[in-house]
Design a protein around this ligand. Structure first.
Ligand code: PHE
Length: 467
């Protein structure tokens, strides 16, 4: 048997670590882009409704599963499903999903790291040229950065839950908040910034349609790190005296506030760069925004604050994204580590090494899917078009399996583990939650319309991506 379970040292430590997981590239870039293209304030409203009415109860369910069992996702599902072996499947899905998402997220983070270093080296002008991104992602440097990134992440993870994950979050998250606010304040002083703010905040309800609603929901779900076993694993490190509902609310609120604030950074920057811009023409992808568009915007600042100033702002931004991605990666890689330790009795060190080898190989394959290796660049044909290995991982795990995992969590918690047990775990450490309207809502929603909504998103994605 392994030693006593590790725990987060304090409630705030848990909240910062979980918020560190939730706050990622999704918040800093994907959210502002989606909001801009899909109705500004109207999108914000729809998004916030999803976060608090749909995703928050799912987060509570994941945390409760983890804390009750004090196990990784595989162990948690197994322990609470007894002999019903079919219910072991969601546990395995909650293992493989974070594993694969980590691989593709690592590759993007490697690019962020590479850009950050180049800016420090004084190369912002080069970064802002159209061809640079393609050159960079196909250069050997990517593999060096991958090794550096993995060394940092696994270094943090090797120190354990309290001294590694929690300490990193407690140090990095406050830096992230302060830098984000500082950047926003700076950008707001720039010319035409408020054209961007208006565009961001004034609701355009005409833009809201079924597709936008589905996008808002998927974005909210991903942003809160749900469906990836992360909250089950982090829940398993929560102390019994801490409140699950209270902590989950704090995490959801922090995550949403950071996403909202990031909009106040990105939008004014875009409009400062070009006040006539039609945001509908912006690329949908976060990568397009981060690596192709933003460097140009930062460079344009040199007319007001000089090249050094522009580079400093750009470096600050890339550092911000890097920190956000780092704390997310730490959380997602902790999931398979927990599984190898709980299910296979491995030591933390051995689990980390085993995973690092496999993840390195898969990340290299992902990194080579942009032209370095032809067979990876044209890996499969889906819905009549060529997809790379990187695309395949993204479509399969991020787009498709995520909502499915969420759906399975809801059904499992309410109908297999049972409502009464779930309710009881929610009130451990928070006796005041029992009998409140929120408790009744969470209990009802998880057993009824939340799984239906997740199912619809799942079906919609399958139809869109595979046919
Ligand atoms: N919440 C993260 C984001 O918004 C998603 C994520 C979590 C990605 C953990 C990877 C690992 O970017």
């Amino acid at each position: 048997m392994s030693a006593a379970r590790e725990h987060f040292g304090s409630r705030i430590g848990f909240i910062l670590a979980a918020a560190g997981s939730a706050v990622g590239i999704g918040n800093l870039v994907a959210f502002p882009v989606a909001a801009t293209k899909s109705g500004g304030g109207a999108f914000l409203l729809v998004y916030a409704l999803f976060v608090f009415l749909i995703c928050l109860p799912v987060m509570m369910a994941e945390l409760a599963l983890g804390r009750k069992t004090e196990k990784d996702p595989v162990g948690a599902y197994r322990q609470l499903s007894g002999s019903a072996r079919l219910w072991h499947i969601p546990g395995w899905l909650a293992l493989i999903t974070p594993f694969m998402i980590a691989v593709f997220y690592m590759v993007v983070t490697v690019w962020v790291l590479g850009y950050m270093v180049e800016i420090f080296k004084g190369n912002l002008t080069r970064l802002a040229t159209e061809a640079y991104f393609g050159e960079f992602i196909n250069s050997k440097a990517v593999f060096i950065y991958l090794i550096v990134l993995m060394a940092i992440i696994n270094g943090v993870l090797s120190l354990g839950v309290k001294d590694g994950i929690e300490r990193a979050a407690k140090t990095l998250m406050p830096i992230l908040f302060v830098m984000l606010v500082a950047l926003v304040l700076f950008v707001l002083t720039q010319k035409n910034a408020f054209v961007g703010v208006n565009y961001y905040l004034i609701p355009d309800f005409a833009k809201i349609n079924a597709e936008v609603v589905s996008k808002a929901m998927a974005q909210a779900f991903f942003s809160l790190s749900l469906g990836m076993g992360i909250m089950i694993t982090y829940g398993s490190y929560m102390k019994k005296q801490d409140s699950i509902p209270g902590s989950a609310k704090a995490v959801a609120l922090t995550d949403t506030l950071v996403a909202f604030t990031a909009g106040l950074l990105i939008l004014p920057s875009i409009f400062h760069f070009n006040p006539q811009i039609d945001p509908a023409t912006l690329s949908d992808s976060s990568a397009g925004m981060i690596f192709l568009f933003l460097p140009k915007i930062f460079l344009s600042l040199q007319s007001t604050i000089g090249y050094f100033g522009a580079s400093a702002v750009a470096a600050a931004f890339f550092f911000l994204v890097f920190v956000a991605a780092l704390t997310s990666l730490v959380s997602i890689i902790e999931v398979p580590i927990a599984t190898l330790r709980d299910e296979r009795g491995m030591s933390r060190k051995k689990a980390i090494t085993t995973l690092a080898v496999v993840q390195f190989i898969l990340a290299v394959l992902c990194a080579m899917s942009f032209g370095m290796a032809d067979w990876l660049t044209h890996f499969v044909q889906i819905a009549g078009s060529d997809k790379s290995f990187f695309d395949l991982v993204e479509i399969l795990f991020y787009d498709t399996i995520l909502p499915l995992n969420g759906l399975l969590v809801c059904i499992f918690v309410i109908y297999k583990w049972k409502r009464a047990n779930f309710d009881q775990e929610l009130t451990v450490g928070d006796s005041g939650f029992a009998g409140t309207l929120s408790q009744k809502y969470v209990n009802f929603a998880l057993g009824t319309f939340i799984p239906v909504i997740l199912l619809l998103i799942f079906i919609n994605t399958v139809a869109l991506k595979f046919f």
